[in-house]
Design a protein around this ligand. Sequence first.
Ligand SMILES: Nc1ncnc2c1ncn2[C@@H]1O[C@H](COP(=O)(O)OP(=O)(O)OP(=O)(O)O)[C@@H](O)[C@H]1O
Length: 308
Amino acid sequence: MEYVIETKKLRKQFGMSIAVDDISLHVERGSIYGFLGENGAGKTTTIRMLMRLIEPTSGEVFLFGERLEQNYPFIFSKIGTIIETPGLYENLSARDNLRICCTYMGVKDDGRIERTLTTVGLEHTGKKKFKDFSLGMKQRLGIARALVHDPELLILDEPTNGLDPSGIKEIRQLLKRLCEEEGKTILISSHILSEIQQLATHIGIIHNGKLLAEDRLSQLEEGFEQYTDLKVDDADAAQTFLQKHIEQLQSQVLSSQQLRIHSPIENTATLNRQLIDHQFSVYEIHTTKQTLEEYFLTLISGEGGRRD
Ligand SMILES: Nc1ncnc2c1ncn2[C@@H]1O[C@H](COP(=O)(O)OP(=O)(O)OP(=O)(O)O)[C@@H](O)[C@H]1O
């Protein structure tokens, strides 16, 4: 497997406190890797070590298969980042901001600025100054800045922070396009799990500095719990009835009319018919799969509360 980012037992200690605790990350080429954790979990510290903004206490970082120390800082020409606030000039337009970036990164324009502005949907902003942009436009210009030298890898630390739902959707569509059409690999840190569930191909979950889970999202989703909720006239009686018909039924009476079945139900229509045939009134049946957010909360609740 080819990893664009790999860390081996990466660790960062600040005094006595361990911010990142021997993390081994694996980010595959062409993936969108959602790096998830609560505030203070250790996401930014990890990302800062990937970019050598801070020195690890121990462990190794490999970027594009090479040890970071051996190829430092040349490797960074293949990476675009948003870490902390992107350094953009308040009084300059989108175009002029990108011109300055190209100059100090030594990138020849050759139409790249226009192409990048089009990619992020800021091609019609003319002379409008950065300070007059909406937050969504500002974030998109931050992404444009990270993209203008055509990097293979994007590392984005909370790029949707503070955006409204439509701004978040725009960024999601943009990142999907960059991955699917341009083959970019993207590491994105976030604590908005519903958003990441719609975007990422792979997930890494960090809690109190430890990596608790790392896998393809589809693989993780296979293990998500599924349950069927029933609204009936008499939940207790329905439970007793179903216990006789479904082997080892796992269920929970939630209220006098609500029954939750944790056992897999293959066919809700059959279940409905069985209940009706036995004179139950069935008002609702629906099957719900655990969300990434619920999975995340279950996972971290087993690991103790958040450190502060
Ligand atoms: N320079 C520093 N000195 C001391 N402690 C630090 C330093 N930087 C980070 N920490 C601590 O390390 C832990 C991890 O912080 P980090 O910023 O990596 O978390 P995060 O997951 O990025 O959270 P957030 O979503 O809030 O940005 C926190 O407990 C934080 O207080």
